[in-house]
Design a binder for this molecule. Sequence first.
Ligand SMILES: Cc1cc2nc3c(=O)[nH]c(=O)nc-3n(C[C@H](O)[C@H](O)[C@H](O)COP(=O)(O)OP(=O)(O)OC[C@H]3O[C@@H](n4cnc5c(N)ncnc54)[C@H](O)[C@@H]3O)c2cc1C
Length: 196
Amino acid sequence: MEEATFLTRYARRVFVVHRRDKLRASKIMQDKAFNNDKIEFIWNTDVAEILGNPEQGVTGVRLKETTTNQERVFECDGVFVAIGHKPNTDLFQGQLDMDAVGYLKTSGHSTATNIPGVFACGDVQDSVYRQAVTAAGTGCMAAIDAERFLDHLPIAMPSGEGVTIEGEHISPDHEAIIMPDGNIVPNKAGAVNREP
Ligand SMILES: Cc1cc2nc3c(=O)[nH]c(=O)nc-3n(C[C@H](O)[C@H](O)[C@H](O)COP(=O)(O)OP(=O)(O)OC[C@H]3O[C@@H](n4cnc5c(N)ncnc54)[C@H](O)[C@@H]3O)c2cc1C
């Protein structure tokens, strides 16, 4: 609905072709569209074909009623396809934390997800801006976060202990961390070893 309302800034009339007889958009967006004199709804209908030619561009669409399968040609100057806002994150269900819509949750200003070493960026993580440049920006953030994560993993030594870039030594049984100042702390989370 947001898109239809946006298009009324540039078009004299906007026809919303919808396959069902009601919308799933929020009530506030629906009311905005229903109250806009430039927007008209064509219910229970699919766009079966976009019609046009190289000289004139789009000249119309072939519409198909979903209840009767009846077809008709509808003249128009342009077609915009709304693809919806559901992020493509179904494969992460049950693994990565996500909100009710499916956007992956990240921690604070970072791109860290609930799984250490997994970082989320771009349209699967950003429900607000959803632009190429912001996706590229958060992609860069995720790359930096991933690099720092890898840098801080302990490297496995031949002795069996792990050593981090900060000079921490993780005991071979992974039970204790010897800090650079000699302090010994229990390794509660368990250390992850990286092959040298
Ligand atoms: C019609 C349209 C017009 C737009 N116009 C603009 C615009 O004018 N300006 C602007 O800034 N932004 C625009 N955007 C938004 C912009 O395209 C996105 O914000 C941006 O592409 C998001 O980048 P991304 O890397 O997060 O996701 P995507 O570009 O969607 O990249 C995700 C990639 O993951 C791949 N993938 C998906 N599932 C799997 C899987 N299971 N395994 C492996 N790979 C997988 C996909 O094939 C895809 O290559 C537009 C978007 C659309 C749809």
